[in-house]
Design a protein around this ligand. Structure first.
Ligand code: ADP
Ligand code: MG
Length: 463
């Protein structure tokens, strides 16, 4: 009937507009590389900020002791206590507490947010047994993972450039977030020193280096997306300081803000962007990351309901509610292996209040999930390939057996199996058989938190 024909046509159109053939991915990777050069050269704002992190000594594996971390960067907030045991023992013990950030705090005031964080941390510390208390005269030391764009002024200070991922607290923009945290710690009477300010991508690089010296980059695919990598210090024209002894510097790319005419964008992406807290910004992030994928699917289904009566004569009202369809639910539908797509039916019913869906309808819903997820995964692969190209790790050099490890973390990568396997297989295709042998993608769980504790250790006052 006309209804199915129109719905089919909308899906085919989506598929075409979201298409990511390998040639296009190569263009995206090349554009990424060009923007990386621009961001490394210019002091003025560029699309990729290529932020200098002041991390030039990555963990050797020898780090030992008890350190803390705070991980703030998305939907949840975590406090961690990490017992590092050096080469032999690795991460001896990891204890953490997680709370979700009350939505009103994400758009409230600086003091409210940082008091909330400090209170959680105080609670975490107060429940410690006596034997974990630091000896007299020694402060607890903390790595603060703060996963928003920050212009660092040292390893333990930096000013917020802008919020992303649904946060918008105006009075923090431009402020030193370590200063804000330290004031909140003082207000609550918690004696703790912030020894390192760390982006989650940088934490992931540090965490991974602790276990594997071949690590060259870290990528987060969670609520948002971003990447950091190890750059050679002389390839950073905008760096004004002394060249670090190691000859290296970790660069926080802030790749979520990447954009290019080569990106396959649709009307749904344009509408999502226009309705967002940060229109025109974070375009790469908005087509890849967990905060947005489910909502892109929702927008497609809404259009199908409106223009093809896909779910019946009326448009299901819940379909109009932004972000009602979350990426974990999309993932659940996408992975449904039941013959009658029972899970898809259940999600449509429970979340969108769409009852009595036919198998044919459910199949089309899965197809929409597949198109949107595959685009995100393949573009992430292009981003990784762009980094490898930038540092010359995309090809095997004659006579060299240089291995490269890219550390991945984040809920999207961890839990969305089809996204992850598409990302992994696409990187292999982009590299080709020979180079693919030398590059591996590895998941480092809790990378951002453990990495921050590691960087607190290497920047401790007590070394
Ligand atoms: P954050 O990025 O907020 O620091 P995480 O790395 O834990 O936190 O990522 C959380 C995000 O991962 C969620 O916002 C969600 O989009 C995505 N996610 C979590 N679970 C799943 C899942 N089962 N399937 C797909 N995506 C998921
Ligand atoms: Mg995180």
């Amino acid at each position: 009937s006309g209804k199915w024909g129109r719905a089919e046509a909308l899906v085919r159109e989506l598929e075409e507009q979201c298409g990511t053939p390998i040639a296009k991915l190569r263009q995206v990777a090349d554009a990424m590389e060009v923007e990386m050069h621009a961001g490394l050269a210019s002091q003025a704002p560029t699309r990729l900020q290529m932020l200098i992190t002041f991390v030039h000594n990555l963990p050797s594996g020898d780090e030992k002791g008890l350190y803390y971390a705070l991980d703030l960067g998305g939907t949840n907030f975590r406090t961690l206590r990490v017992h590092l045991g050096g080469k032999e023992k690795g991460v001896v013990k990891l204890e953490s507490e997680e709370v979700s950030i009350p939505p009103q705090l994400m758009t409230g005031s600086s003091q409210e947010l940082f008091d909330f964080i400090a209170a959680q941390l105080a609670k975490f510390v107060s429940s410690e047994p006596e034997e974990l208390h630091p000896p007299p005269g020694r402060q607890r030391e903390l790595g603060f993972t703060f996963s928003f764009p920050v212009k660092q002024t040292s390893i333990a200070s930096g000013n917020l450039i802008k919020w992303t991922k649904g946060f918008n607290i105006e009075d923090v923009v431009g402020q030193d977030v370590v200063g804000e945290l330290t004031k909140a710690l003082q207000r609550i009477g918690l004696d703790m020193r912030v020894a390192a300010l760390v982006n989650d991508t940088v934490g992931t690089v540090a965490r991974a280096r602790f276990s594997d010296q071949d690590v060259i980059a870290g990528v987060i695919l969670g609520t948002g997306t971003n990447a950091a990598y190890v750059e050679s210090a002389h390839a950073i024209p905008k760096w004004q300081g002394l060249l670090p002894k190691s000859g290296e510097m970790v660069i926080n790319m802030e790749w979520g803000n990447f954009s290019s005419s080569h990106l396959p964008l649709t009307e749904y992406d344009q509408a999502l962007d226009a309705d967002s807290l940060n229109p025109g910004e974070q375009i790469f992030e908005k087509i890849i990351s967990g905060m947005y994928l489910g909502d892109i699917v929702r927008r497609v289904l809404l259009k199908m309901a409106e223009e093809a009566d896909f779910f019946g004569d009326t448009v299901p009202p819940k379909l109009r509610i932004p972000f009602i369809l979350r990426t974990p639910d999309m993932s659940k539908m996408h992975h449904d292996t039941t013959p009658d797509l029972k899970e898809v039916g259940k999600k449509l019913k429970d979340i969108l209040e769409i009852n009595n869906t036919s198998l044919k309808m459910r199949k089309i819903v899965v197809e929409v999930c597949e198109i949107v997820a595959a685009r995100g995964a393949r573009l992430s692969a292009a981003g990784v390939f762009g980094i490898l190209k930038k540092i010359g790790r995309d090809k095997v050099k004659a006579g060299e057996k240089q291995k490269s490890v890219v550390a991945l973390d984040g809920g999207l990568f961890e839990h969305y199996t089809k996204f992850r396997s598409s990302l992994e297989s696409t990187i292999k295709v982009l590299l080709g058989d020979e180079a693919a042998e030398t590059v591996s993608i590895e998941h480092f769980n809790d990378g951002s938190g453990i990495g921050a504790a590691l960087l607190a250790a290497s920047n401790s006052h007590y070394l």
